[in-house]
Write a protein that binds this ligand. Structure first.
Ligand code: SIN
Ligand code: FE2
Length: 211
């Protein structure tokens, strides 16, 4: 029977060439527990960037390499610049999820060595950018959404202009690669969810092969 009131989404949708949304792919409570342990050692922090501004979102990392930024450059580092220690290792659960999601979207042999964890509070956004600090663009990006929903925007090979917009929900995973690997993308300013007003933050976990 046609259910006019259901807002169910396809399990897998190619919302842009070579860019897939896996809707409600993972239960996020266990992921959040891992994040809580990671931030005890490497807390969320904003980082200075080469353009002289701090990142809008706070971030941390786990895995062999972590994405970092300072006034000079963006780079992957084995050391957390805040505490001078190696990043926490990537939890097995994270690595397995990244590989499983990549495979579900048709990307075989994903070998993530870096895991960036972004914290978005209400009112923050992530401007349009390319993920291009990695050495190997043949490997995909896998991005997991936790908590508050947010609108993901894909602009294609131009920084601005017409975008494909997609509201990511808790448990959604986005995977992109091949022709989409260097696409410009961003996150629109987060707003309160009227149906879930106590939810104040979105955590995004992105897996990459950096080296
Ligand atoms: C990113 O572009 O690195 C993160 C995207 C997101 O938060 O979903
Ligand atoms: Fe990105």
């Amino acid at each position: 029977m046609l259910d006019l009131f259901s807002n169910s989404r396809p399990d897998k949708q190619e919302i842009y060439p070579d860019l897939f949304v896996l809707a409600n792919f993972v239960k996020t409570a266990p992921l959040l527990k891992e994040v809580e342990q990671i931030i005890e050692v490497s807390p969320f922090r904003k980082m200075m960037t080469p353009n002289g501004h701090y990142t809008g979102v706070a971030l941390t990392n786990c895995g062999e390499y972590g994405w970092t930024s300072d006034r000079k450059e963006y780079r992957y580092s084995k050391i957390d610049p805040l505490n001078g220690r190696p990043w926490q290792s990537m939890p097995d659960r994270f690595k397995a999820l990244a590989i499983e999601a990549a495979l579900a979207a048709g990307f075989e042999n994903f070998e993530p060595d870096a895991c960036l964890i972004n914290q978005y509070l209400i009112g923050t956004k992530l401007g349009s950018h390319q993920d291009k600090n990695e050495k190997d663009f043949s490997q995909p990006i896998v991005s997991v959404s936790i908590g508050l929903s947010a609108v993901f925007q894909i602009f294609g090979n131009q920084r601005a202009g017409k975008a494909v917009n997609y509201r990511l929900q808790d448990g959604d995973v986005v995977v992109w690669g091949k022709s989409a690997r260097l696409n410009y993308h961003g996150i629109r300013t987060l707003t309160v969810d009227k149906l879930n007003p106590t939810c104040q933050q979105r955590i995004n976990i992105t897996f990459r092969k950096s080296h």
